[in-house]
Design a protein around this ligand. Structure first.
Ligand code: ADP
Length: 383
């Protein structure tokens, strides 16, 4: 059997470890494995010689020394043309030309929409009757429904934690207020988890309204009662700021603010309300792509290896009579203390809303970091 692997969308640390596990376990079954470079772009586009040079056969030795490397050696790409049916027909024809019947797609929810669209693409002739697609969740945002973790989220969290620890050292030395913007799209997993792991004073999630008056008050009170520093974590997806002066709600996704980052917008609003003594202390910082890079953590290496082996197991045990649709692998609780990898119909996952921050993480932030008083009645169901 011949299988193809591609990585698509945002890269995530641990993708290489997953590719390695797929190549090595596929080899155990004596299958041929093709790496498809540049995601869906590489699947569709031939080079100027008309050759499918983005398809390269991978042998077990080709994946030595990739386990601990961040990014993806198969490269990734954003390829909007994949939304067009004719482009996807080309993809299927290219796969057919190489007799590849199985595709493992490692990526985030956008890539999985592409996978589902590929499956639904109509060809005039039935070249891919028993075509199989397995999706492996990999995104630092950890926003894919039905799986507890996606490859890369743990590493990104650890990277941001290390950065914020360093920021705190310098913040402490000068009694500064750092506004740290972290990634995570519209899901607040990274901001809230980083709030807990870094002891941030305030976390502004993407669905929160940054109330400048309350934040200013909190900064003044914090520094006045002897705090040496203040770290405020801001989700890159923050949309709304309540102005400290006018009380007006600003939509910072509006075109007129497009040249400003979320942390810069919060800084601009804060300094318009704070006195000289405090406004000089405010420093915005965007962690940006640093969170995507770096060697994958222990957790991500193990998870990626589990997902990779599970992808081959799923393809091997696939029953064409029962299943024709693409599946996604997910890490779920097994009802006891362990977790297990399950295979779910991709469409069912895509039908669910993208994840937003779990209330328990917001609770931990508020209770532990800011010391907000809680009554028993307000305990969340699970901690
Ligand atoms: P991620 O997988 O990290 O969420 P993107 O959202 O950028 O990344 O999606 C990656 C790629 O998946 C896109 O560049 C495009 O090629 C493909 N894709 C996304 N959504 C669709 C869709 N609705 N139909 C077809 N292809 C899609």
């Amino acid at each position: 059997m011949k299988i193809g692997i591609l990585t698509s969308g945002g890269d995530a640390p641990g993708m290489n470890a997953a590719i390695r596990a797929i190549v090595r376990s596929s080899n155990q079954l004596e299958w041929d494995t093709y790496g498809i470079f540049y995601g869906f772009h590489g699947l569709c586009e031939k080079d100027i010689t008309g050759s499918l040079n983005n398809f390269k056969e991978l042998h077990p030795r080709d994946v030595s020394q990739v386990l601990g490397r961040g990014g993806t050696f198969l490269k990734s790409a954003r390829y909007p043309k994949f939304q067009c049916e004719d482009t996807r027909k080309t993809a299927l024809q290219n796969l057919h030309a190489l007799e590849i019947k199985c595709l493992v797609i490692i990526g985030g929810d956008g890539s999985f929409r592409g996978a589902q669209a590929l499956y639904q693409t109509n060809l005039d002739y039935e070249i891919l009757n028993d075509f199989r697609i397995v999706c492996v969740p990999a995104t630092i945002d950890n926003d894919i429904p039905c799986t507890k973790y996606s490859i890369g989220a743990d590493t990104a969290l650890n990277t941001a934690m290390e950065c914020i620890d360093k920021i705190r050292d310098t913040a402490c030395s000068h009694k500064r207020v750092f506004l740290v913007q972290v990634m995570g799209r519209d899901c607040d997993y990274l901001p809230y988890m980083n709030g807990i792991t870094s002891g941030a004073h305030i976390v502004l999630g993407s669905h929160d309204t940054a109330d400048i008056r309350t934040i200013s008050q909190s900064i003044i009170e914090g520094l006045s009662v002897g705090k040496d520093f203040v770290v405020i974590i801001i989700a890159e997806g923050l949309q709304k700021i309540k102005s400290g002066n006018s009380g007006e709600i600003l939509n910072i996704r509006d075109e007129k603010y497009s040249q400003f980052t979320a942390s810069e917008m919060v800084r601009r609003e804060l300094i318009s309300t704070l006195s000289e003594e405090f406004k000089d202390r405010i420093r915005p910082i965007v962690l940006g792509h640093i969170q995507r890079g770096g060697n994958p953590s222990v957790f991500d290496r193990v998870l990626a290896t589990r997902f990779g082996v599970a992808a081959i197991k799923t393809l091997d045990l696939w029953d064409d009579q029962i299943n024709k649709q693409p599946v996604m692998l997910a890490l779920q609780n097994d009802g006891e203390t362990n977790d297990k990898i399950v295979s779910l119909l991709l469409q069912q996952v895509l039908d669910k809303p993208t994840l937003t921050a779990n209330r328990k993480y917001q609770f931990l932030n508020q209770l532990v970091i800011r010391g907000v008083q809680y009554t028993h009645a307000k305990w969340p169901e699970e901690l």
